[in-house]
Each structure stands twice: as structure tokens, then as C-alpha cells.
Design a protein around this ligand. Structure first.
Ligand code: ADP
Ligand code: MG
Length: 290
């Protein structure tokens, strides 16, 4: 590799808000077979909003939201942020015995009652039946919503459907990568139904759903073991090991410090299209070297 071409390439990247921390990344980006995108905060805006509250029989919306918000006070997850935003102005009862289950949800004691907020896995693991809300839960997930199931005293009292809009350039990013001959995957801790719907909307080739935070790096390794050079794009703390494991890690500039530290390339404008530009730039740079 001629150092001059790489230097020019790195400089061109920087001028476009693509910070290449490791010059070797420019050469590795040429060989990428698959690029995996984290879902929340990377392909989506990462600003989820409560879109719908579905109370169970005998409950009303306000009770479901207040109960959920009471317990989500203990969490920093983006779902907690959305629920607390919706509960603004409501008096929230204090909570004790708070516990968070990574990739699943939260539990606490509120007014002497055990309350859960989380995905279906969390409900199943605690023997909580979804009762008459089971079908609604599946339907909302099939429509691309993330569903928080709110349970109290061992039964689900309501569902909270949360929507997080895709970034405006997400679809174009995916189409252009595919046009370059690169396969596109999406990875998420979210439910399979939700992920498949969003994957279909965006034209994703491979949907990796219900992946626990600690297992993201293993998924990268799996694709590498199948003979692929793998790029990973992420923003979150739990994307860091996967960014490190990948052949080229891309961090969203607006993401967490840990993600930025773990990536070889930083997308300063937080635009996924800059992944395409980085790969095009690396191809152009390599052509100049031969
Ligand atoms: P992601 O960042 O892709 O949403 P996570 O691993 O953080 O993945 O979470 C996976 C799933 O666990 C979420 O989609 C949600 O259903 C559930 N979950 C996690 N934390 C919470 C929480 N504080 N409240 C409700 N549900 C939660
Ligand atoms: Mg994320």
C-alpha cells in the first residue's frame, strides 16, 4: 500500500466528516462482504416515543402509564425515557427493590406490589401469562413497534407500544451497499417480529433479533467464521465489543464514548450514508495504489 494514497484517502474522509482513526481500516473496508447495523440509535433515530397504550380488562391508560413510569424511574434505557416522557405531570409512587435484566426489562416493588416492564421473554421467564393481550402484543410487534409489557401481581395489566423512526437515509444506505455487492444485516435486542418488520421496510438481507447485549460480538464472529469480512456500525455501550470484533467498526458520532473508542472509523455527521462513502473512498484509494 502506498502511504501517500492512504494519506490522501484519510484526508478526503476527514473533509467529509468520516474520521478514519486507523489507516489500515481504509484498506480493510475494501474487502467487506457484510455490514451489520445496530438497530436502535443507528438505523433508527434513537428517540423512541410512546405511540399507543393498550390497557388490559379493568385497567385504564393512566394507570398503565403511571405503573410503568414508576418502575422505569430506575432505568436509563431508551424505553424508560419514552415512558417517563409520556408520564410527565403524573404523580409517581416510589419504588424499592429495583432490578434490571439486560436485554429484557426491569422489575421493582411499587406500593407493595411486584411490577415488571419488559419484553415477552421477561414475562415468560417469570411465569406471567399475557392473557387477553397476547394477540395485541404480537400484532403491535408485527407492525414494527417495540412493546413493553406491564405486569403487576403476576398478570399483564397493559401494553405500551413504542415507535422509533428510521433515520431518513437508512433505506438509501442499504440499497447503495447492496449495489456495491455488500450484504446488509441488522442486529438488535428487540423482538423478532418487530425486527423483521423493520428489516422488511428497510430491505435488510439478514435480521439478527433477540440478541442479548453480551452476544453481539459472538454474532460478528459467527459471520466471520463463515468466511466473511464483517463491518459493524453502532452507537451504544453494548455495541462496543462487536465493533472491536468486526474487521472494520464504524461508530455513530452522536453515540456513546465507548462505541467511538472501539471503532476504527467515526461517522462525525451520524449519517449512515457515510458508511457507503467510506467504502467508496477505500475502493478509490486502493485503485490508486495499483
Ligand atoms: P435494544 O437496544 O436493541 O432495544 P436491548 O438489549 O437494550 O436492545 O433491549 C432488548 C429488549 O428488552 C427491548 O427491546 C425491550 O423489549 C426490553 N427492555 C430492555 N430494557 C427495558 C426497560 N427498561 N423497560 C422495558 N423493556 C425493556
Ligand atoms: Mg443502539
Amino acid at each position: 500500500a502506498t502511504p501517500m494514497a492512504v494519506m490522501v484517502g484519510t484526508g478526503l474522509g476527514a473533509a467529509h466528516g468520516i474520521l478514519i482513526k486507523d489507516a489500515a481500516a481504509l484498506e480493510d473496508a475494501v474487502k467487506l462482504d457484510v455490514v451489520i447495523f445496530d438497530k436502535t440509535g443507528t438505523l433508527t433515530m434513537g428517540q423512541p416515543k410512546v405511540e399507543q397504550v393498550v390497557p388490559g380488562p379493568g385497567f385504564d391508560e393512566a394507570t398503565v402509564i403511571a405503573t410503568a413510569a414508576a418502575i422505569e424511574q430506575g432505568s436509563e434505557h431508551h424505553i424508560a425515557v419514552a415512558v417517563l416522557e409520556r408520564a410527565k405531570g403524573l404523580a409517581l409512587p416510589p419504588l424499592t427493590d429495583f432490578a434490571a435484566f439486560e436485554g429484557k426489562g426491569v422489575r421493582a416493588v411499587v406500593d407493595g406490589r411486584t411490577v415488571y416492564s419488559g419484553n415477552r421473554m421477561l414475562m415468560e421467564e417469570n411465569g406471567i401469562d399475557l392473557g387477553p393481550l397476547a394477540a395485541r402484543s404480537v400484532e403491535l410487534q408485527g407492525a414494527g413497534r417495540t412493546v413493553a409489557h406491564i405486569a403487576q401481581d403476576g398478570r399483564v395489566i397493559g401494553l405500551i407500544a413504542i415507535a422509533d423512526a428510521p433515520r431518513p437515509t437508512a433505506r438509501e444506505t442499504i440499497e447503495r451497499l447492496q449495489a456495491l455487492g455488500v450484504k446488509v444485516a441488522m442486529i438488535t435486542g428487540d423482538n423478532l417480529g418487530t425486527a423483521q418488520r423493520i428489516g422488511r421496510e428497510l430491505g435488510i438481507d439478514i435480521v439478527l433479533a433477540e440478541v442479548l447485549p453480551g452476544d453481539k460480538a459472538a454474532k460478528v464472529k459467527e459471520l466471520q467464521a463463515q468466511g466473511n469480512k464483517v463491518g459493524m456500525v453502532g452507537d451504544g455501550v453494548n455495541d462496543a465489543p462487536a465493533l472491536t470484533q468486526s474487521d472494520v467498526g464504524f461508530a455513530i458520532g452522536a453515540g456513546t464514548d465507548v462505541a467511538i473508542e472501539s471503532a476504527k472509523v467515526v461517522l462525525m455527521r451520524s449519517d449512515t450514508l457515510d458508511v457507503v462513502k467510506a467504502i467508496e473512498l477505500s475502493r478509490a484509494t486502493l485503485r490508486k495504489m495499483h
